[in-house]
Ligand binder design. Structure first.
Ligand code: MSP
Length: 647
């Protein structure tokens, strides 16, 4: 039996998993199930990537140990995978003892082979991404090129991995083999990373401790990506004796990842394997992001689409189907509740669900559930049967190329074809004519056969509902095998259907959209509250005379302009009731001059003049801290005359 080894990335145990996090795992699960159905000896690996500064910091914030912190999140991940019917064969945690020891020995091997050496790191570090960047890699604002957050200057003694010896081989791997899917992504990798010269990679840290210690130099911990990437091998028993199927399953047949971690899997990972003379994975399939209405999902934006909520409302299979069908390999996919509900209604409720319920109901109505064995061929039969017979080979090919959306589209073409066959053959007309019973039996049999093929092939993608459909059409396990999905005429001629419940209920679009929107609104409200800055403690007490020294007045903004040399400052000309005064205020990020001109504001009128960016400022505009970190100007009652004193 041929083996097939497929992996997801291992997830950071941070926050709550969302529909985007689900995608890779659902996609790998479907491929794993399909391959199992084809008779492959499959191993499907997933897990969690549990080390690093970010986890150490989060645990500290919560007042628990890093291990306690990750244990709780990992339990939630596992609940989600159970809910989504993920059939992983192995789950690796990078905190597992066997993995820790294996990484130590892998690190030592790379060192002994001369690929790892000790040096000093100077550069920019992005804490959220756990990545060091060179100046030239930073984005146009000098921030992390991946998450676009601020980077900090870092300098530390570190071990480095030599990348340059592998540059040519990696370029060939990306441009001359079918390792990378889609192949079109090779250009950006070659142009951005290989052509400018592969820089050595910093592979240890001394600035935090939540990681795997380098055993021959324990003040260093192994860089989290080295720790993480090798999970694909340690989980099979590489450099450890917890498992012993490395020789059987390595190299991986498919690593599936999203685009943000392509660089690690397309360049760094092959280089490390080359350094150890290990075989390379066969394919790296890179998909895009699931965004929400075109926007990145994030807890702080309150637009996380919660797969628990969706699967409770519509069933795990409907959600699996929707995300798999929407995402084309390599491209992003914009999630919206409207698109999801419309797709469930059109493809699952109206398309497949209707096909099954109509066919089963007619077999029940006209033949009491058991088809008679007399047959009569007719127009349209061959066309539908040929389409059904050709389906499996097409799906096989798409799965072979990790194009799940196309595989599903192909299966649903047969759903449409079969529904059209009902319209063409009009069984309800045949049912009224006693002399047409044999023809009617043929039509219903052909429909049941088409449904059998459809449900068999779909079992890999929708494992919860397809057994129900197969049960309703009277197909047993053997009849619903992969083998039989390329044959027509497998069900017994006198097959008996079993009428069951509605498999994909039609969703009331308006009602559901309203409810989902209100869930989202409360999520956003909560996100707003959670992101509210901690209140600045109230300052030391003062007496009234001290307060009275501050002279606060109402003033009107007469004119206002940006100060060219600064991104933050506005220069305002005010009427303070006594005359004109100039005040410089650091609110340019949040206000345009036209937002302020003509408005009355509160000023601290008796501050000594200062120069800001070379411009004189006489006083200060009063503003308050807003939860999003901005400053909001305080606008008093606009009827108050300029110069009114605030007491
Ligand atoms: N720990 C690393 C992977 C190490 S693998 C040796 C990591 N973890 S992650 O939790 O941040 O991401 C796991 C996977 O989920 C990545 O492929 C990531 O790109 C993917 N996704 C996270 N959000 C996503 C979407 N919104 N849409 C699609 N995939 C998304 O990276």
């Amino acid at each position: 039996m041929s083996k097939f080894y497929i992996t997801t990335p291992i997830y950071y145990p941070s926050g709550s998993p969302h529909i985007g996090t689900c995608y890779t795992t659902v996609a790998c699960d479907s491929i794993a199930r399909y391959k199992r159905m084809q008779g492959f000896d499959v191993i499907f690996l997933t897990g969690t990537d549990e080390h690093g500064l970010k986890i150490e910091e989060k645990a500290k914030e919560k007042g628990v140990t890093p291990k306690e912190y990750v244990d709780e999140i990992v339990a939630n991940f596992k609940r989600l995978w159970e809910r989504m019917n993920i059939s992983y064969d192995r789950y690796i945690r990078t905190t597992d003892d066997y993995h820790v020891r294996a990484i130590q020995s892998i690190f030592k091997k790379l060192y002994d082979r001369g690929y790892i050496y000790k040096g000093e790191y100077k550069g920019k570090y992005c804490t959220p991404c756990e990545s060091f960047w060179t100046q030239s890699q930073l984005d146009e604002n000098g921030c992390c090129p991946e998450c676009h957050r601020e980077v900090t200057e870092a300098k530390e003694e570190a071990y480095f991995f030599k990348m340059s010896p592998f540059a040519d081989r990696i370029e060939k791997l990306l441009t001359e083999t079918d390792y990378l899917r889609p192949a079109s992504r090779a250009t950006e990798l070659v142009n951005n990373f290989i052509k400018p010269g592969l820089e050595d990679l910093c592979v240890s840290r001394t600035s935090f401790t939540w990681g795997i210690p380098v055993d021959f130099d324990p003040k260093h911990v192994v860089y989290v990506w080295v720790d993480a990437l090798f999970n694909y091998c340690t989980a099979l028993g590489f450099e450890n004796d917890r498992y012993d199927d490395y020789d059987k399953y390595w190299p991986a047949d498919v690593h599936m990842v999203a685009k943000d971690i392509m660089r690690f899997h397309a360049i760094i990972w092959p280089a490390m394997l080359m350094a150890l003379d290990m075989p390379l994975p066969k394919h790296l399939a890179v998909h895009g992001w699931i965004t929400f209405n075109g926007q990145k999902m994030s807890k702080s934006l309150g637009n996380i689409i919660d797969p628990f909520i969706l699967s409770d409302r519509y069933g795990a299979d409907a959600i699996r189907y929707h995300i798999l069908r929407e995402m084309a390999l390599g491209a992003d996919s914009s999630f919206s509740n409207e698109i999801m509900i419309n797709r469930i209604n059109s493809d699952l409720a109206n398309g497949l669900g209707n096909l099954v319920s109509r066919t089963v109901a007619m077999a029940d109505k006209y033949f009491g559930g058991t088809l008679p064995t007399e047959r009569e061929k007719g127009e349209f039969d061959d066309d539908m049967i040929n389409e059904a017979l050709a389906l499996r080979a097409k799906v096989d090919e798409y799965i072979e190329n990790t194009q799940i959306n196309n595989a599903l589209a192909e299966i649903f073409k047969l759903v449409s074809r079969a529904n059209k066959y009902i319209d063409e053959t009009t069984p309800w007309v045949l049912g009224k004519d006693e002399t047409k019973k044999a023809r009617l039996a043929s039509v219903l049999y052909n429909l049941l056969e088409a449904i059998r093929i459809i449900a068999t092939l779909l079992s890999a993608f929708m494992p919860e509902t397809m057994p129900e459909i197969l049960e309703q059409i009277g197909a047993d396990k053997e009849q619903a095998s992969y083998e039989n999905a390329a044959k027509f005429g497998v069900l017994a001629q006198n097959v008996a259907v079993r009428k069951g419940g509605i498999i994909f209920p039609r969703i009331d679009v308006d009602k559901e959209i309203n409810e989902l929107n209100s869930i989202l609104a409360s999520q956003q409200e909560q996100a707003k509250q959670e992101s509210a800055p901690e209140l600045v403690p109230i300052a030391e007490q003062i007496d009234i005379d001290t307060f009275a020294k501050s002279d606060l007045r109402i003033a009107k903004v007469v004119s206002c302009e940006k100060i060219k040399s600064s991104k933050k400052l506005l220069c305002l000309h005010l009427d303070d009731g006594f005359g004109e005064r100039q005040v410089v205020s650091g609110i340019a990020q949040w206000y345009q001059p036209e937002d302020l001109i003509g408005k009355k504001v509160i000023i601290v009128a008796n501050l000594a003049p200062v120069k800001l960016c070379g411009v004189e400022s006489n006083g200060m505009i009063c503003a308050a801290d807003a939860p999003d970190g901005s400053a909001r100007v305080i606008f008093p009652d606009q009827s108050l005359p300029c110069g009114s004193k605030i007491r």
